[in-house]
Design a protein. Structure first.
Length: 226
């Protein structure tokens, strides 16, 4: 049995911005940096047509630490959502193990500032790694990548890169090695069709912790500490 719960307010009385007001909205540098890491993990930007602006969507499900991270991201982007709108919550039962799961999602307004990101991150409707990712990825962005798609592996760290091509994975490894000085390799998971994960080696973890620890939410710090 599937249960779906909506937290959506009536659109009556909601103030909507004009096209000029929407196009005048810009993202601060700090949010742009964070968005780079979010796009490397669970972030999505959609655009209905070439004549429409794009909107950002973010969703998390599973453990409580992900819910905490969700609200960190939501609070960053709340001002870019329609005033009076709420998050969308979906609850369902997995038929395989009978466990109940919940996901929570928010979507922003369609804004020119997100269209700029869409042009960078999508090609033929498929998410890609921008060629200038070395310039775009900062310690703040790396922290968000880790919070969204990182997992501790022995004394090192895995970063999921399932959505990206081998060429894009190599580009990301090159950036991690040359820009941040990490030692990395690719691990492939036979259980999911040989899809890759980037592994940051144990000897690079001290350097990683110095760069990102102060950005990581407290209940996700375990991802970078033993």
């Amino acid at each position: 049995m599937i249960f779906i719960l909506f937290f959506v307010k009536s659109t009556k009385g909601i103030i909507r911005l004009s096209k000029i007001e929407r196009n005048a909205i810009n993202l601060p540098d700090e949010i742009k940096e964070a968005l780079v890491g979010i796009m490397l993990s669970d972030g999505h930007i959609s655009r209905r047509s070439l004549t429409c602006n794009a909107r950002f969507t973010f969703s998390q499900s599973g453990k409580e630490d992900k819910r905490s991270y969700f609200y960190l991201v939501y609070n960053m982007f709340k001002k870019y959502c329609v005033e009076g709108s709420n998050c969308y919550v979906k609850t369902w039962r997995d038929k395989k193990n009978s466990q109940m799961y919940t996901s929570i999602t928010f979507t922003t307004m369609q804004l020119h500032c997100f269209t700029e990101f869409h042009l960078l991150w999508y090609k033929n409707k498929k998410k890609i790694v921008p060629k200038n990712i070395e310039v775009l990825l900062t310690p703040l962005g790396l922290a968000h990548w880790i919070m969204g798609d990182g997992s501790r592996q022995n004394s090192g760290l895995h970063l999921n890169v399932y959505a990206f091509s081998p060429t894009e994975v190599k580009l990301l490894i090159d950036v991690l090695e040359t820009k941040f000085g990490f030692k990395c390799s690719v691990h492939k998971l036979s259980t999911i069709g040989g899809k890759p994960r980037i592994y940051i080696w144990q000897e690079s973890m001290d350097k990683l912790r110095l760069l990102v620890s102060h950005y990581i939410v407290p209940n996700m710090i375990y991802k970078i500490h033993l």
